[in-house]
Design a protein around this ligand. Structure first.
Ligand code: MN
Ligand code: MN
Length: 323
């Protein structure tokens, strides 16, 4: 840990010039950033076993699913994550190693695809193959690209761009267009990123709701109230499910349980809800019984990555935190 981070763990520090004491915001921002990345993994692992089940099938099989049970169509171990977390981890490792390089992100996606992962979305696979064959990191706009595969892996970019909305926009679209290029996917990515930014700053749910409604204003199809109950991999259904449950619940655990119990693309709705709710409620709000089920090596790696990504963000620089 750098000296700046070590000293930043004090609850308050004195301003030498004025003598005024103010609360050091960094520890709180940091645990929210870690909440976003670990929330993603926890939501993915919680929802994975009920991915592609209907709400009534989830109920028949699990009652109310509220634990890491494993199983499902991918025959997951309890606590095992899927492509959502793995692709986000590729982005996080890339930023940690190289700063921002879409080519390096695509290269890590390619390495991951070649490792024969348990699951890969069709649009993701096509985009990564395009990179492998043609070296292009930017697909052309495509009406078929309105899936949730780019929005699900937003946490690392949101954390590393804290404090700079235009940087968030640029990096978000860069990472998204490696596999998905569609206005609704772009809008969902930017919305997830902006919600994480605001949540990490400790802004209230009412502000997050206003930000979400701005996106709905521009893309009325994203309207999440009244909730239609659709939870497919279409990014509109995915975001409606996430936003409805984010604003209809008051803690991380209930938000995630309600979200994944809708079924459908439950690991991905869980991952995105976990990203935003993890930032909003913070790392401490993630139930220990879920954290413990994650692979220990992955959990420790994600905690470290979130800390280092946050420490290199413009917000950290403006607060005097050294990367
Ligand atoms: Mn998945
Ligand atoms: Mn999924």
């Amino acid at each position: 840990m750098s000296p700046a981070l070590a000293s930043a763990t004090c609850e308050s520090v004195a301003d030498g010039a004025s003598g005024v004491r103010f609360r050091n915001p960094w520890p709180e921002i940091l645990q929210r950033a870690q909440g976003a990345l670990l929330g993603l993994a926890v939501g993915d692992a919680l929802g994975g076993p009920v991915e592609f089940l209907t709400r009534s099938e989830v109920r028949a099989r699990h009652g109310e699913l509220c634990d890491m049970v494993g199983g499902g169509w991918l025959a997951l171990r309890a606590g095992q994550v899927t492509d959502d977390t793995q692709m986000a981890a590729c982005i996080a490792r890339s930023i940690d190693a190289s700063g921002w390089s879409p080519t390096d992100v695509a290269e890590r996606f390619a390495g991951w695809l070649k490792s024969r992962p348990l699951d890969v979305g069709a649009t993701c696979r096509r985009g990564i193959r395009r990179y492998i064959v043609h070296g292009t990191v930017h697909g052309s706009p495509n009406p078929g690209d309105a899936g949730n595969g780019a929005a699900m892996r937003m946490a690392p970019v949101a954390i590393a761009t804290l404090g700079d909305d235009s940087l968030l926009e640029r990096w978000s679209l860069d990472q998204a267009h490696i596999t998905h290029h569609h206005p609704l996917s772009d809008a969902a990515c930017l919305l997830v990123g902006r919600l994480v930014h605001r949540a990490c700053r400790g802004e209230p749910l009412s502000t997050l709701r206003r930000i979400a409604l701005e996106t709905v204003g521009r893309f009325p199809t994203m309207q999440f109230e009244p909730y239609r109950g659709q939870s497919s991999a279409y990014v509109v259904d995915t975001m409606q499910t996430v936003l409805h449950h984010l604003f209809a619940t008051t803690n991380f655990e209930t938000c995630l349980i309600r979200t994944v119990n809708v079924g459908g693309d439950a690991d991905t709705t869980g991952a995105i809800a976990g990203t935003i709710a993890g930032a909003y409620y913070g790392l401490r709000a993630i139930p220990r019984r879920w954290m413990r089920k994650l692979d220990r090596t992955l959990r420790e790696e994600l905690l470290g990555l979130a800390e280092r990504l946050a420490a290199r963000s413009p917000l950290a620089r403006s607060l005097g935190v050294e990367p």
